[in-house]
Design a binder for this molecule. Structure first.
Ligand code: ATP
Ligand code: MG
Length: 581
C-alpha cells in the first residue's frame, strides 16, 4: 500500500475544533481522520477509515480464531421483535424509533439480542446443533442523552456484538470464559491498556458480567481496584460490605431534639455536638434523599426515599444503575409542596411506612444500628433512631458514593479509584431472551431444553478514539503499528531531488510489503511537513532532507522520539527492519 500526500484526500487543521474537549476528539479532527455531521454522528476520511478497518480486522480475526461465526443483521428493524422482550418500551429515549410509509413502527438497532435469538430459533432445533456463537460487526444507533467526545460516545457507532447459545450453565460459563480470553488477546493486540472490572447487569437482566475499562482521565466510568487481591469493579457495581446486625435489646429510646436551622449534615453535626454533647460524626447521621422514579412506558412516577450515611452523597450513576430500567429524577420544590409529609431538610424514615413511601437503605444500615436523622418537623432531628425498631427499610440499595480508601469487599484492603472508558462488555444473559422467544433445543429424550445465552460487545469505533486517547503526545497521535494507517511516513523536504528520492524509497518499501505514506507535496515547507507527520502519528518516520547531500536520511521513532541517521543505500533494509520489530 502506498499513499501519496500530494493526492491523498486529507486536510489537517492547525486549530482544535471548538466543540472538542478531550484529546482524542481534538486530534482525530485536526489530523483529518473524522469529520462531524451532527452531534454524535461522524464521517470517516481515508486515514480514519484505515484505522477503523484495522481495528475491525483485529476484532474479526480474534473472533474467528475463537470459533465464532460472522453474520450480518440489518440496522433497520421492525418493532415486533423488541415488543416481545418489552425493550421497545424499556429502552426508553435512547431508542431511535421511526415509521415507514404505511405507518408501521421500526427502530434502528441499538443492540441485537432479539434478532440473534430469533435467527437461531429459525435455523436450529436439536441439542446436537449446540453450542454455537455468532457475531457481527455492524453499525448501531442509540440516541444518547449526552453524545460526547467525538466518536467516543456516538449516536451512530460500530460495535462487534456476539451471542453465545448453550444448553446448560456450564456451557454458558465456558462460552463466557472464551470471550474473556479473546477480549484479552484482541485488546492486547490493539495496544489498549485496560482493566477487567465487575459490572452491573443493568437493563440486560442477567447474572455475571464484566467490563473492559480503558483507564483514561477523560473516562466517564469510575472504577475501583484493589492492589492486594486484584478485585476491580465499575463503581456502579461495587458492593458495600454490610456489618453484622446488632441486638435491639437495651438500646436507648428515640429522642427528638430541637435543632433549629440545621438543614445540612454539617450544620446538624456541629449543632448536636455543641448543644447536646452527642459527640457524633457525619457517618453516624442518616441522610434521606427523595427521588421520583419513572418507569419507561408508564406515566406514573414512584416517590422513593434513599437512606445513606450522612458522610456520603448519593451517587446518581450508581442510583441509576441500581434502579434500571427505572429512571430516577430529582425531587423538586413542587414535589415537596405536593407531599407535605416530607419535610425538606428534616426527613426521617420513621414516617415513611405511614406515608406509603418505599425506603431503601445503604447496606451499612443494618438492624440494630442507631442514627441521628430527621424528625419530620422543621428544625427538629431525632437521635437514637434504630433500624429494625424505629423504622423498617424495604430493602437495600447500592447508591452511596464509593470513595478511594473504602474497604475492598473481598479482602478489606483500601480501594484505589480511577476513571476509564468502557471498550468491551461480556455478559452472562441467561435465559431472558430465550424465554421471550421460546428458544428450545430438542433434547436426546425428545424433551425441550431452554437455551441459555451470553452477549458480548466491543466498541469498535470507540476503540479508535480510546487508542488515540491513550496514545498521543503534545504533538499529535502515536498509533500502535497494528492499527496505524501506514507503517512508515516518508517525508521528502527541500528543493533538490529529495521528493524523487522519497518516492523511490516509498516504492522500494512498498515492494517489501510495508504500508507507506509519503509526503511528496511540492512547495510545502519542511516545518509544515514535520508537523503533519507528528500529528498524523505513523509509528515510523523517515526524513529525506538536507542530509541527502551526504548520502544520509533520518529515521525517527514516533513513540520514543529517537532519531538516527542512516545511509540512503541501506535505508530500505533498515526501515523495513525497524517496522518489523
Ligand atoms: P456505556 O456504558 O458506555 O453507555 P453500554 O454499557 O451502553 O456503554 P454496551 O451496550 O455494553 O454499552 O455496548 C457494548 C460496547 O459498545 C461498549 O462496551 C462500548 O465499547 C460500545 N458502545 C456503547 N455505546 C457506545 C456509543 N454511544 N458510542 C460508541 N461506542 C459505544
Ligand atoms: Mg455495558
Amino acid at each position: 500500500m502506498l499513499l501519496r500526500m500530494s493526492s491523498l484526500f486529507l486536510r489537517t487543521l492547525r486549530d482544535d475544533p471548538a466543540d472538542a474537549e478531550v484529546p482524542s476528539h481534538k486530534l482525530l479532527v485536526r489530523a483529518g481522520y473524522v469529520r462531524r455531521v451532527a452531534p454524535g454522528v461522524y464521517s470517516w476520511l481515508p486515514l480514519g477509515k484505515a484505522v477503523l478497518e484495522n481495528v475491525t480486522r483485529v476484532v474479526r480475526d480474534e473472533m474467528n480464531r475463537m470459533g465464532a461465526q460472522e453474520v450480518l443483521f440489518p440496522a433497520l428493524l421492525p418493532r415486533d421483535y423488541y415488543e416481545r422482550t418489552n425493550r421497545w418500551t424499556e429502552y426508553g429515549d435512547a431508542l431511535f424509533r421511526l415509521k415507514d410509509r404505511k405507518g408501521a413502527d421500526y427502530l434502528l438497532g441499538p443492540t441485537h439480542e432479539e434478532m440473534f435469538t430469533d435467527m437461531v430459533k429459525g435455523e436450529y432445533s436439536s441439542y446436537k446443533d449446540y453450542p454455537v456463537t455468532l457475531y457481527q460487526i455492524q453499525t448501531k444507533y442509540r440516541d444518547e442523552a449526552r453524545p460526547r467526545a467525538g466518536i467516543l460516545r456516538g449516536r451512530e457507532f460500530v460495535m462487534k456484538d456476539s451471542y453465545s447459545f448453550d444448553l446448560d450453565d456450564d456451557g454458558l460459563k465456558r462460552s463466557y470464559e472464551q470471550h474473556r480470553e479473546t477480549y484479552i488477546r484482541l485488546f492486547d493486540r490493539l495496544g489498549i491498556d485496560y482493566k477487567i472490572c465487575f459490572a452491573m447487569s443493568g437493563a440486560m437482566g442477567g447474572s455475571a458480567s464484566e467490563e473492559f475499562l480503558a483507564p483514561c482521565e477523560t473516562g466517564e466510568d469510575t472504577f475501583v481496584a484493589c492492589r492486594s487481591c486484584g478485585y476491580a469493579a465499575n463503581a456502579e457495581a461495587v458492593t458495600t460490605p454490610a456489618p453484622p446486625a446488632r441486638e435491639l435489646d437495651g438500646l436507648p429510646a428515640l429522642k427528638v431534639l430541637d435543632t433549629p436551622d440545621t438543614p445540612t449534615i454539617e450544620s446538624l453535626v456541629s449543632y448536636v455536638n455543641e448543644h447536646y454533647g452527642l459527640g457524633i460524626t457525619a457517618a453516624q447521621t442518616l441522610k434521606n434523599v427523595v427521588v421520583k422514579v419513572a418507569m419507561p412506558g408508564s406515566d406514573k412516577k414512584e416517590t422513593l426515599v434513599i437512606g445513606v450515611p450522612g458522610d456520603r452523597e448519593v451517587d446518581f450513576k450508581r442510583l441509576e444503575a441500581a434502579l434500571s430500567p427505572g429512571e430516577p429524577e430529582i425531587f423538586e420544590a413542587a414535589d415537596f409542596a405536593a407531599n407535605l409529609g416530607l419535610v425538606r431538610g428534616y426527613i426521617g424514615p420513621q414516617v415513611l411506612a405511614d406515608l406509603g413511601i418505599r425506603y431503601l437503605v445503604d447496606p451499612r444500615v443494618v438492624t440494630g444500628t442507631s442514627w441521628v436523622t430527621g424528625a419530620n418537623q422543621p428544625g427538629r432531628h431525632a437521635a437514637d433512631v434504630v433500624a429494625g425498631r424505629d423504622f423498617h427499610p424495604d430493602g437495600t440499595i447500592e447508591a452511596a458514593e464509593v470513595r478511594a480508601g473504602d474497604e475492598c469487599p473481598r479482602c478489606s484492603s483500601p480501594l484505589f479509584m480511577d476513571r476509564g472508558i468502557e471498550i468491551g462488555h461480556i455478559f452472562q444473559l441467561g435465559r431472558k431472551y430465550a424465554d421471550a422467544a421460546g428458544l428450545d433445543a430438542l433434547g436426546p429424550d425428545a424433551k425441550p431444553i431452554r437455551v441459555t445465552m451470553g452477549s458480548y460487545g466491543v466498541g469498535v469505533s470507540r476503540a479508535v478514539a480510546v487508542i488515540a486517547e491513550q496514545r498521543h503526545d503534545e504533538l499529535g497521535l502515536v498509533w500502535p503499528r497494528e492499527v496505524a494507517p501506514a507503517d512508515v511516513h516518508i517525508v521528502g523536504t527541500g528543493k533538490e531531488n529529495q521528493i524523487e528520492v522519497a518516492l523511490g524509497l516509498a516504492d522500494e518499501l512498498e515492494r517489501r510489503g510495508l504500508r507507506v505514506l509519503v509526503d511528496d507535496r511540492p512547495g510545502v515547507s519542511p516545518g509544515v511537513k514535520f508537523k503533519d507527520a507528528e500529528l498524523l502519528g505513523m509509528p515510523t518516520i523517515v526524513v529525506i532532507g538536507r542530509g541527502l547531500a551526504q548520502g544520509v536520511v533520518e529515521l525517527r521513532d514516533r513513540a520514543t522520539g529517537a532519531k538516527q541517521e542512516i545511509p540512503l543505500g541501506e535505508a530500505a533494509g533498515i526501515v523495513a527492519e525497524a517496522c518489523r520489530s
